[in-house]
Each structure stands twice: as C-alpha cells, then as structure tokens.
Write a protein that binds this ligand. Structure first.
Ligand code: PLP
Length: 365
C-alpha cells in the first residue's frame, strides 16, 4: 500500500471547534442567542463606512493596520507600536501559541475557560494542563499549583466565556506575581466593554509594567463585527516583535479595518449596547432564578443557566424545548458543563421570549 502524507500526530487528538448552530430544520423564524453576538447587529457607523469603501476592495489591505492601531492607541491611551491586529482574537491566540509553545511544553488553562485556548495549545503539540475552578470561577491557587518548569503560557479569559464570571484585579495581580518571569500570562479581555465592576482590570497596566503579560481584545462582541474578524493585542516590545515575524500580513481585510475604525468611533452604539445589556442581563438572571434555575452573576453579554436535572429539567431537554420554539442557545457539555446552557443577551423581545419559554419548560406558569 502506498503511504499517505502524514499529519503531525497530535493533530489527530484535536477536537475541532464547534460553533453555535444557526438553523433548525423546518423552522423559518430563528432566534439565535448562541454565539454572544451583538443584540443590535453591526454598528451603524461601520455599516456606512463599509458601503462607502466597496470600490477599494480590489487593493490588498494595509498589513500593518496602521490607522486602526493609531485609533486604538489614542482611544485606550496605549503605544501604537505595542499593538498587533489579527483576524479575530482567535488568530492572535493561535499566533501566540505558535510563537511560545510546542511539543514538550505546557499551556495552562482553567477548567471552564475559553475553548480556543486548548484547541490552539494542542494544535502546536503542547500539553494542555487544566486547573479546576472554584464555584465556576478561575481559581488562582489551582492554576499556580499546576505551574511547572514546562509551563509556557497561562491563559485566562476575564471575564470568562462561558461562565460569565471574573476575578478581581487583586487576583490577577496575585497570579502574575507568583508566575515565573519566563511564563506568559495571556489575559483575554473580550468582554471588557460589558463589565463595569470597579475592582476589574483589562490587564493593560500589567502589560505596561511587565515583560510577560499580554492583553487581548476583540471587535466581535460589543462592536457587532463578529463576521468581519478583527481582534487586537497589547504586548511588550519583544513579544510584538516575534508575533510580527510569524503573522500573516493580510488576515485583517480592508473591509475589517475600515469597519473597525468606524465602529471604534460609534460611542452612541456602544453606550446603548452597554445599557441594554446591563438591564436585560439582570432581568434575565433574576427571572430565571425565580424558576429554580441557577444563574451565576455574569459580567458579559450572556448568562450561563444551570438546570437542576430533576423531573426531566435538564439542559438537553431545555435545549430541545427551546428549539421547538425556534430559539437556538448554546449547549455546554463541551465546556465540562453538561447541566448548563449559555444564552446570549439579545433584544428585549428575544429575552422575553426565551425567558417565557424556559418558564413554561420549568412548569413555572
Ligand atoms: C468571543 C470571544 C473572543 C473573540 O474571538 P474573535 O476571534 O475575536 O471573534 C475571544 N475570547 C473570548 C473569551 C471570547 O468569548
């Protein structure tokens, strides 16, 4: 028999990412609350800028994302030369793994952390080490207990997807202080725009101060540009230098750059989204709790809903029931939470419908 080309052996152990569903057979009107997308669609300013740019899309994009980085730097008061834009923050997570970890190395993650960390960690042949959580919240001591001389990157999404919980700045600082200086701390602040806790940090001041911290941000959530693929990181000089060596030059398309620059200026859209999210996240959480469901306090644009599992009230049955009404949410078994569903905060109408449907499911009315 002829030999076939052989992939890297560890890739065959890797389970591909499974995104949120978007269709239900036989249902024409779908309510999709499965991927933490913006409740209000794309930023209107971004939509306008895109339409005006269409004639320029035959040109290659600016590989350095010069204008976008300058705007981000001005808005966040950061040095533009320490920012790197990527095709979504996923692209940047993948780059970081490729730059800093390989076979024989360890990547440390939290039990119910973001799915892309283990996927890209395993993808480069590293061993992914998982630390348990405390009350579905990142447990700094559990992470630190698993740091070895092989640890290269510690990944923390804060606040975290899919749990919605966060650790305060004191815990982030304590984690960083106890890490060896050659271990990278990746702070993924994808939900930065939704959290308003005074004791939280996006990590920027740690990046400014230390050589081993990276902050990650995205345009996929509050800016409503998930389909455009733009994320960015803020890192120390030496990390940015290495990433820029490996980075594909054109992963952030011209359209994505134009949309992101325009969205960044759309303060009215961001403020409206923040106010809406806060209000409906609270209403959704409180009402679902009245039905006997467990809903951890969320700092994001989604809630994690845990089912008791008694009298047929489990997550799978709830998911199937929601689907019969055209509502798609996210099942959580892949995140080690088979008792839970994750529900994105959508419009008022969508939230009233999903909550009412779960009330019926739980026999609350
Ligand atoms: C949604 C999300 C992202 C964003 O990923 P993109 O590739 O920028 O769309 C990053 N990190 C976390 C934790 C997320 O939930």
């Amino acid at each position: 028999m002829e030999a076939k080309p052989k992939p890297l052996t560890w890739l065959l152990e890797l389970d591909p990412y499974v995104g949120g569903e978007s269709t239900i057979e036989g249902v024409s009107r779908i309510i999709k609350l499965a991927s933490n997308e913006s409740a209000f669609g794309i930023s209107p300013k971004a939509r306008e800028a895109l339409a005006a740019m269409a004639d320029d899309f035959f040109r290659y994009p600016d590989g350095g994302c010069t204008e976008l980085r300058a705007r981000l730097a001005a808005k966040h008061n950061l040095p533009a030369e320490n920012l790197v834009c990527g095709g979504g923050s996923d692209d940047l997570i993948s780059l970081l793994m490729r730059c800093y970890a390989g076979p024989g190395d360890e990547v440390l993650v939290s039990a119910h952390g973001f799915a892309m960390f283990p996927i890209y960690g395993k993808g480069v042949g590293a061993t992914v080490v998982t630390a348990p959580e405390n009350d579905i919240t990142v447990d700094v001591d559990a992470l630190l207990a698993r740091v070895t001389h092989r640890t290269r990157i510690v990944c923390v999404a804060n606040p975290n997807n899919p749990t919605g919980t966060y650790i305060p700045v004191s815990e982030v600082t304590r984690l960083h202080a106890a890490l060896p200086s050659n271990v990278l701390l990746l702070l993924d602040s994808a939900y930065a725009e939704y959290i308003d806790a005074a004791n939280w940090t996006d990590g920027a001041e740690l990046v400014a101060k230390y050589d081993n911290v990276i902050m990650l941000r995205t345009f996929s959530k509050i800016y409503g540009l998930g389909g455009m693929r733009v994320g960015w990181l803020y890192g120390p000089d030496h990390v940015v230098d290495v990433i820029n060596r490996l980075k594909s030059p054109f992963t952030v398309s011209t359209a994505a750059q134009v949309a992101a620059v325009a969205a960044l200026d759309d303060d009215a859209f961001v403020t409206m989204s923040q106010d809406h999210n806060k209000r409906w996240r609270r209403w959704t959480s409180e009402t679902l709790r009245q039905f006997g469901l467990t809903v951890p306090e969320s700092a994001c644009n989604f809630v994690l809903v845990r089912f008791p599992g008694t009298n047929g009230h489990d997550a799978n049955a709830a998911d199937a029931f929601l689907k019969t009404r055209g509502i798609i949410v996210r099942k959580m078994a892949g995140y080690g939470l088979p008792d839970a569903l994750r529900i994105t905060i959508g419009t008022e109408e969508e939230m009233r419908l999903v909550v009412d449907t779960l009330g019926t499911f739980m026999g609350a009315h």
